[in-house]
Design a protein. Sequence first.
Length: 165
Amino acid sequence: MPAANASGGQDPAADRSQEAFERGLAALRRRERGSAELAEWLAARGYEQADVNTAIARLTEVGELDDRRFATRFAEDKRDLQGWGPERIREALAGRGIPRELIDLALGEDGHADQLARASGLLERRAQPVETDGERGRALAYLTRRGYDYDLAYEAVRLHGREAA
């Protein structure tokens, strides 16, 4: 219930805080976001920092906003749907203001064997030969751009080349 001011009307500050909460909730229902990303989104829509902080705290309290859940789902989606490697996921989450410890937790579930299989699968779906040095170099560059570290990408290219032969 909105607070009343001294003249008996509604408190405009409480109304603005409630409005920020409701807009934040609506934004989260359309697309999951991290708390820093949502705070920036609300601030860009003209909400005062105090209202943004209150909305973020309330959304977190009611379970609608959870940076750990967001980081885990984001990492899973990018791995499974787009074949991203851990470094690209790390950069994307950091760019969305997710704390390092939550990024590490989200990436900790992705082992070497899983990454190698995913990188090899990307090369297979890409259907480019890896017979010459130039082709191997392009495949290696492709995997490193996708966020795989050099050693794993090199291993995937070698594995793909052996399977193709």
